[in-house]
Design a protein around this ligand. Structure first.
Ligand code: SAM
Length: 274
């Protein structure tokens, strides 16, 4: 059991790290559009291995400071080591904390954010957003960024749709989820809490050949993460086709198609604290 837990943390950590080439450019663009004030102090909720806390630190400038919180100590250790590798250790602090009970006083931060955390999984997004708003000063921003869609199997839209209709293809969403809790209803959460002028925007990351080796690894892992365990949920024909197109040893590996291109999108929701 312990080994299983350790292994799954390792797998999770690897997925955050390896998917970075797909995610970083789009997250950087979204952050740059928000115009975070230089010298500001921000909170990154569910910071994981801290890769985007470091982007936030760069956006807040040399006089800014970011606090990244997460419940996973191994992720936080990794975050600290990335921060010192990038010589940003003095501009970022990582702390073990639960997003539902932040260990900060009211009005501590100039802004707060969550990337791929609030709006995913089974934790109530409205109470998490309320808690984020509590620790942000009036007038400060709270924003959430969420991986919202992708098209990865160029030329095979029907296969991609069927793979996406499996439980791991739609994870972490479940059929029993009330529609109001899907992230595309996040404007409703912001309104309900009383944020001023909530806004929604979607950003796209275009991926096309020639692919860097990091991008090939990221996409290969993504195929495996999304669809690699769907064999019991798809037809034998679809499973064969998945392996033919998505396995790097296959002569028909889709990333070797000379005109391969793909995209992912991130959706941003933000509002000012009342
Ligand atoms: C999908 S990861 C995203 C990590 C990071 N923001 C990123 O974009 O790479 C979600 C993170 O939320 C953290 N998390 C889950 N529940 C949490 C909670 N209640 N409080 C704080 N962090 C939590 C997980 O440990 C994980 O690191």
């Amino acid at each position: 059991m312990k080994n299983h837990r350790v292994l799954s943390t390792e797998k999770y950590l690897r997925s955050l790290y390896v998917s970075n080439p797909l995610r970083e450019p789009i997250i950087k663009t979204a952050i740059s559009q928000l115009g975070l004030p230089l010298g500001s102090c921000g909170l990154d909720i569910g910071c994981g291995i801290g890769l985007y806390s470091l982007l936030l630190a760069e956006a807040a400038g040399s006089n800014g400071h970011i606090v990244g919180i997460d419940t996973n100590e191994e992720f936080l250790e990794k975050a600290c080591s990335f921060a010192s590798d990038k010589r940003l250790g003095n501009r970022v602090t990582f702390k073990k904390a639960d997003a539902s009970k932040l260990p900060f006083q009211d009005n501590t931060f100039d802004w707060a954010c969550s990337m791929d955390f609030i709006g995913y999984g089974n934790q109530d997004p409205i109470s998490l957003l309320k808690e984020a708003a509590r620790v942000v000063k009036p007038g400060g921003l709270v924003f959430i960024l969420i991986w919202s869609s992708q098209m990865l199997l160029s030329g095979y839209p029907l296969l991609e749709a069927r793979l996406n209709a499996t439980s791991s293809g739609v994870a972490p969403f479940k059929a029993t989820m009330p529609p109001e809790l899907h992230f595309m209803r996040a404007l409703g959460w912001f309104h309900q809490i009383g944020f001023v002028e909530p806004i929604f925007r979607t950003f796209v990351s275009n991926i096309s050949v020639p692919l860097s080796s990091e991008m090939r690894i990221a996409l290969t892992e993504l195929f495996q993460m999304r669809w690699g365990e769907t064999h019991l949920e798809v037809s034998p024909e679809d499973w064969t086709e998945y392996q033919r197109l998505c396995h790097p040893d296959s002569p028909n590996f889709i990333l070797n198609v000379p005109e391969y291109c793909a995209f992912i999108t991130y959706s941003l929701f933000y509002g000012k604290v009342f």
